[in-house]
Design a protein around this ligand. Structure first.
Ligand SMILES: NC(=O)c1ccc[n+]([C@@H]2O[C@H](COP(=O)([O-])OP(=O)(O)OC[C@H]3O[C@@H](n4cnc5c(N)ncnc54)[C@H](O)[C@@H]3O)[C@@H](O)[C@H]2O)c1
Length: 453
């Protein structure tokens, strides 16, 4: 008897490939892909071709559009659904699958709105099926090391966190080219991106956010900000732009076979342009964000996100009654024309030797306890993406989490907590006032309200 779990993939774009590859490769012994769901047939065809190549002779995967999702559940009878669609669509798939008793693995963010949170909460309460949110940053060894230090009492009781995240002009710019640029799709970077960071803090501190005050604006990207700096007259998109080869803010979809197949060739189906000008109109998300967050324990966080930095990485400091932990990470020290303008999309484009570089890529974790010298904590990275973290995440998802002393597997409550900060932050951006998480109407936030689920 075939005991492999049956998975359906919803949203067959870029991110879907991580899960599809795992089921076609390293985890094929425990799970199989049984259906695809996406409004775009060309993108589904891309994944279908990869499936055919990995399973010669196997029948093609059945394909469904969003309107056929209920049929997919009824006909294909998956054990679980993997949701990797546009953020604002997550909640409806999560609710429908849970309602049918089907487990869900959902990419972050769980949803983008308070209404979505309430709907997911109700669906979880009414279902025996399991909902997991995939927070891959927890699995990165350096982030796990911070959790271990704090849980081990290295800083005593945590009193405050200072967290700065920098996205460079390749990675950061990418959110201003495609669907993320519309807050209705992504919830803005406070939800879409910062939910990773807010989850890390919730997890590091084993705490819950209570109140959020946020400020932010579109200061660099977008037509208005660019015009203020004399930047204008740019084409609406990169494709077909004669100046593309020398434009550091362009992206060449035609030059990359994967980008071409997933996006350029798929445009005729739905009009989704993956390469819109970052200095064009119609952007409703912020590129500079600041937030103050209060936690249940009394700890506070000052948080900052910048999406147009010259280097990429983050800095975290956790202060406690016994000392302080500092994590500094440089993921990309500089973007140097000629070394691959789009290294985020081309992981093999590593920068050449820059011996004089004052910002070398790497990470440093320091602990300093009161009345003691600082010491560095070595970080042991594994093979593969995110220091071996991706492999651990996939193993937890498809084989099952063991007894993880670091409690890395995230459940639906973690998904809720992480975006509650972003959603409250968005409300605060609108009103100019602090917003209490409890006022979002998410009554089920309290961990003990649904203990054991
Ligand atoms: N954890 C991470 O590090 C990470 C990294 C990248 C993306 N993601 C998440 O993965 C998800 C997908 O992002 P992506 O980069 O693959 O984007 P993408 O644009 O490549 O793919 C999104 C897919 O969703 C499809 N879609 C749109 N509307 C839909 C609907 N109503 N129903 C079903 N599918 C629909 C699109 O056609 C597209 O194929 C997002 O939620 C994103 O936050 C997470």
């Amino acid at each position: 008897m075939d005991t492999r779990r049956r998975y359906a993939l919803v949203g067959t774009g870029h991110r879907a490939q991580l899960y599809a590859d795992a089921l076609l490769g390293g985890h094929a012994d425990v799970g199989e892909l049984v259906a695809l769901c996406d409004p775009n047939p060309t993108r589904m065809a891309y994944h279908q071709r990869r499936h055919r190549a990995a399973r010669p002779g196997a029948a093609d995967l059945p394909q469904y559009g969003p309107a056929g999702f209920a049929d997919l559940l009824a006909v294909e009878r998956p054990d679980a659904v993997i949701v990797t669609s546009v953020d604002a669509t997550h909640a409806e798939y999560v609710c429908a699958a849970l309602g049918a008793g089907v487990d869900v693995i959902c990419e972050k963010p769980l949803t983008t709105s308070a209404a979505g949170l309430s709907a997911v909460g109700a669906a979880v309460a009414a279902s025996d099926a399991r909902l997991v949110v995939t927070f891959n940053y927890r699995y990165s060894p350096r982030n796990a090391a911070v959790r271990e230090l704090i849980a081990g009492g290295a800083v005593g009781e945590v009193t405050s966190v200072h967290f700065e995240w920098l996205l460079d002009t390749v990675h950061g710019a990418d959110y201003f080219r495609r669907w993320h640029r519309d807050k209705a799709n992504s919830g803005g970077l406070l939800v879409h991106k910062a939910s990773h960071h807010f989850d890390l803090v919730d997890w590091w501190l084993a705490d819950e956010p209570e109140q959020v005050a946020a400020l932010g604006a579109l200061r660099f990207y977008g037509a208005r900000a660019a015009a203020g700096r004399g930047v204008g007259g740019r084409p609406e998109r990169s494709h077909g732009d004669p100046a593309l080869a020398t434009d550091p803010f362009g992206i060449d979809l035609a030059a990359d076979p994967r980008l071409r197949a997933l996006y350029l060739d798929a445009e005729a189906d739905d009009g989704y342009l993956r390469d819109r000008d970052v200095f064009g109109g119609g952007i409703s998300i912020e590129d500079n964000l600041a937030a103050l967050v209060d936690y249940d324990s009394g700890a506070t966080m000052s948080y900052s996100l910048n999406a147009h930095a010259p280097w990429e990485g983050y800095r975290v400091a956790v202060n406690g009654t016994a000392g302080r932990v500092e994590l500094d990470v440089v993921e990309r020290g500089a973007l140097v024309p000629g070394e691959g303008l789009h290294p985020v999309l081309d992981p093999s484009a590593t920068p050449a030797d820059r011996s004089g570089d004052l910002r070398p890529e790497g990470e440093r974790l320091l602990v300093q306890r009161h009345w003691e010298a600082a010491y560095e904590v070595p970080i042991e990275n594994g093979d593969g993406g995110h220091g071996g973290g991706d492999a651990l995440l996939l193993s937890d998802l498809f084989i099952g989490p063991g007894d993880d002393p670091l409690a890395r597997p995230a459940d639906w409550r973690d998904g809720v907590r992480s975006i509650a900060v972003g959603i409250a932050g968005n409300r605060s951006l609108e009103s100019g006032l602090p917003v209490r998480v409890a006022d979002l109407g998410i009554r089920f936030l309290q961990a003990d309200a649904m203990a054991g689920r």
